[in-house]
Design a binder for this molecule. Structure first.
Ligand code: ATP
Length: 251
């Protein structure tokens, strides 16, 4: 197996004695698309929040590119190249799609941050911003206020603002949540295309998407790793069928 870009060792998170994540040793290969799946309450969100540093582990370590990041803050981890998209990705509804991406580019470049005056002074970032909009299929919406975008396209904008940070690892929290069938296909294609040369780790309930997109899948159950492998391996595993498929009828 190639060197992992993310590696956890004995990662554990207890809430008042209850182990929501229990001794998870996870390896995510560079430039792979990796999914965390599992029934409700299996520990996916907690594990994800530990990786993105929104929670502190009770025990265990997290390494990113060989470096121990267990006690680093989320913004520090983001600057090292591991960025969480969706849900926390800031999209300003009153700004246009193009302005949102220019602002994200400006933040990434660490230029002085003076929100209102800077939005008007970001013309030097227009070229790169338009490239990113082309990557996510939003060229025609460049001058539309972000708030007016339909749901699926808003998600595409969030991807563009994440890509503006040029992350090595993108962490996607249920990228298909709340989407209709048509948008699911479109966003899945987008994730595939923007993942080239990057690593993607996602929590996702939609097994069809996981089957189609992901190179490797870790199935969690009761806070621990139940099975790990490609979709073919995982989906025919008796333990997965019993403990996950049975408990995931909502997916
Ligand atoms: N802050 C908390 N305090 C106490 N218990 C928690 C807390 N966060 C999560 N838990 C518990 O930890 C377990 C795992 O929760 P988690 O949200 O990680 O599961 P999940 O796999 O993401 O589930 P879902 O698919 O429903 O989002 C659950 O039993 C949950 O009730």
């Amino acid at each position: 197996m190639a060197e992992p870009i993310i590696e956890t060792s004995h990662l554990t998170k207890s809430f008042k004695g209850f182990k929501a994540v229990d001794d998870i040793s996870l390896r995510v290969e560079a430039e792979s698309i990796h999914a965390l799946i599992g029934a409700n309450g299996a520990g996916k969100t907690t594990c994800f929040n530990l990786l993105t540093k929104f929670l502190r582990p009770s025990d265990g370590t997290i390494h990113f590119k060989g470096r121990d990041i267990t006690s680093l803050k989320p913004d520090r981890v983001a600057r090292l190249g591991m960025v969480r998209s969706f849900q926390i990705s800031a999209v300003f509804g009153q700004l246009t799609v193009l302005e949102n991406v220019k602002l994200a580019l400006q933040r990434h470049r660490g230029e002085s941050y003076d929100f209102w005056s800077s939005v008007r002074r970001l013309d030097h970032l227009r070229g790169r911003a338009m490239e990113l909009l082309a990557d996510v299929g939003l060229t025609d919406a460049a001058d539309t206020p972000a708030a007016e975008l339909p749901y699926g396209r808003k998600r595409a904008l969030e991807l563009a603002t994440t890509l503006a940070l040029d992350p090595e690892v993108m962490l996607l929290d249920e990228p298909m949540a709340g989407m209709g069938t048509e948008d699911v296909g479109r966003i899945a294609d987008l994730i595939r295309s923007v993942s080239r040369g990057r690593t993607v780790l996602m929590v996702e309930h939609n097994l069809g998407v996981v089957a189609e997109l992901c190179d490797r899948i870790t199935v969690l159950a009761r806070g621990g790793v139940l099975v790990e492998g490609d979709y073919a391996t995982v989906s025919r595993d008796e333990r997965v069928i019993e403990s996950y498929i049975g408990g995931a009828q909502h997916a």
